[in-house]
Design a binder for this molecule. Sequence first.
Ligand SMILES: Cc1cc2nc3c(=O)[nH]c(=O)nc-3n(C[C@H](O)[C@H](O)[C@H](O)COP(=O)(O)OP(=O)(O)OC[C@H]3O[C@@H](n4cnc5c(N)ncnc54)[C@H](O)[C@@H]3O)c2cc1C
Length: 512
Amino acid sequence: MTSWKTAFAFASLFPATLALQVCTEIQQAVSAASAVYYPCGNLTLEFEACGTENQRPLSAASGVCSPCSGNYDANNAHWVASSTQDAACTVEPATAADVSAIIKLLGKTRTPFAVKSGGHATNPGYSSTPGVQISLTRFNAIKYDKKKETVVLGAGLIWDNVYAELEPLGVVAPGGRVPGVGVAGFTLGGGYNWISNGVGLTIDIVLEYQLVTPKGDIESVTAESNPDLFFALSGAGNNFGIVTQFTFQAFPLGQVWGGLLIHEAADIAEFNTAFANFAVKTTDPKASIVSGFALDDSGNPIAANIMFYDGPEPPAGVFDEFLAIKNISSDISARTLTSLVASAPQTLPPGTRGYFNTMSFFEYTPAILDALLNETKFWGPRVAEVEAGALAGYHMEPFLSTLYTHNSSDTAWPFLRSESQRFVPLQMQFTWNSPKHDTIMREFMEQSAAHLTHVANEDGQPIQQLPLYPNYGLFSIPPERIYGTNLPRLRAIKAKVDPQDVMGLAGGWKLW
Ligand SMILES: Cc1cc2nc3c(=O)[nH]c(=O)nc-3n(C[C@H](O)[C@H](O)[C@H](O)COP(=O)(O)OP(=O)(O)OC[C@H]3O[C@@H](n4cnc5c(N)ncnc54)[C@H](O)[C@@H]3O)c2cc1C
């Protein structure tokens, strides 16, 4: 069995009664600042035992009643329903010491668990579990230090809240570009942000991780205090423990400019020309775009383009070609970052399932853009044939060749950081509703990536050597394609930091 199949099988086979027993032990081990929540459904007998509808016994034996509440559902919830599972219990630790107590118990009992920040993982089981769901929502501190020009952020925050709090101070720690994305999962995978062209990935601006190691030690990890672990945390997800807090470098940010433009089918050729020109000609590090193709309700392709400029007005020439194209919807203005992020809402109807898949290209050439449009026209009807309402979209993100040079140190991801070997990510997104279509949608996404790889090779782009971005990656991608030449070093660090592979009890990208 491939490693992702093994991981899914392990978690689902763990006996629910044992997981519940561990929940009881966790409840007894953590401080009063933290809380454990249980499902509320089908508890008639237990309600009687506890005497109130919002209580259930910790176990048949204990006689101790504990609250079941909406927190249980919220702690399990994800952006896509396919990433949500019903845990035996959910726990909201409030202190690093409680996280330490929890991880020690989970390791000792070999109980499957999950760690969730913003819940935007699009791979099933990456931040959900039938075992113990750890929600970091109580780690919500935002502390700006003007003198040091740093921002401390709790690992349970979403970026929208960070921007809203920092905006009046005229600073930013750059993270998610659309609403709802979590600080921790985003950062631990890399983090393409709106000012990446100027400052790098979000991992490039981390100064300190507060980490609870798989052995339960609470450590401040900096490039100086523990260079190996700092390297490993910078891009290798949850393999090395649970981060409770990050310290980021802060950057000045005032009003920004931009928003969303949508173009209909007849104007997409012109849009592609403008996009290809922007991708090769723009050198201004304050400018950035994320663009995508999808089909509208009538099955016709549309191009959506979110533009960003770090300043209230972009210099002439930067976005003019895009602005000159006829559009069917335009929401462009000078605005706050919060307003710009909110201009691209990403809320899905309840129950929507979905995966991301990713590819990296050396460059978004006209041939690649044509191929992406063709894929949209090909897969859009195919997924709708499988299930009415299912959607297929492709999102292109051109960045400057200097993006990966903002960090002079190595990071777990990406394993290539040379200016001469520029690569740009693609995010493929398919959504549907029925669990019975999970497998075929995954296969479609894999087939699409295989076809695009062929097109890229024909276009003179041997993209198989490029790093794939874990935060957009489909779970069937092997770790070699993500961590590449960094894998031996990461595995050696893992053997020291997590010899019992406690973090292997949680889903997420693994190193083997
Ligand atoms: C709508 C949408 C928009 C996006 N926009 C962007 C974007 O602009 N740029 C970009 O780079 N990416 C983007 N992404 C991808 C995003 O970075 C990943 O989905 C990321 O994993 C989300 O982080 P999270 O905290 O919300 O997710 P979660 O599901 O909470 O966590 C993701 C992974 O991180 C692990 N994890 C979470 N918290 C911790 C912790 N404290 N310690 C250890 N491990 C932890 C989890 O166990 C899980 O494996 C987007 C995704 C979506 C769905």
